[in-house]
Design a protein. Structure first.
Length: 83
């Protein structure tokens, strides 16, 4: 895992952060939910800074939100709290 001293300023930096903190495939769904929601926040923040990749960063934020929604729905169907 790479230690970063500043917040990502580019979409490429954001992708690197996401890959660095990606949980293992067999991680608890709640861990994946937190990961996806954190990614969505990260991509939204980068969209405001990296104006050349604004729309692409917003796409990734939406993608992560959709994935988080899928996980949340699965957890709710199982009766597992999502908080």
């Amino acid at each position: 895992m790479t230690v970063r001293r500043t917040e990502p300023k580019t979409l490429r930096d954001a992708h690197e952060v996401v890959m660095d903190r990606r949980p293992p495939n067999d991680a608890n769904p709640a861990v994946w939910l937190a990961f996806r929601l954190g990614n969505a926040r990260l991509y939204k923040a980068v969209a405001d800074v990296d104006r050349g990749h604004h729309h692409e960063a917003l796409y990734w934020a939406g993608y992560e939100e959709r994935k988080a929604g899928e996980i949340s729905a699965e957890l709710q169907a199982e009766g597992t709290p999502t908080e």
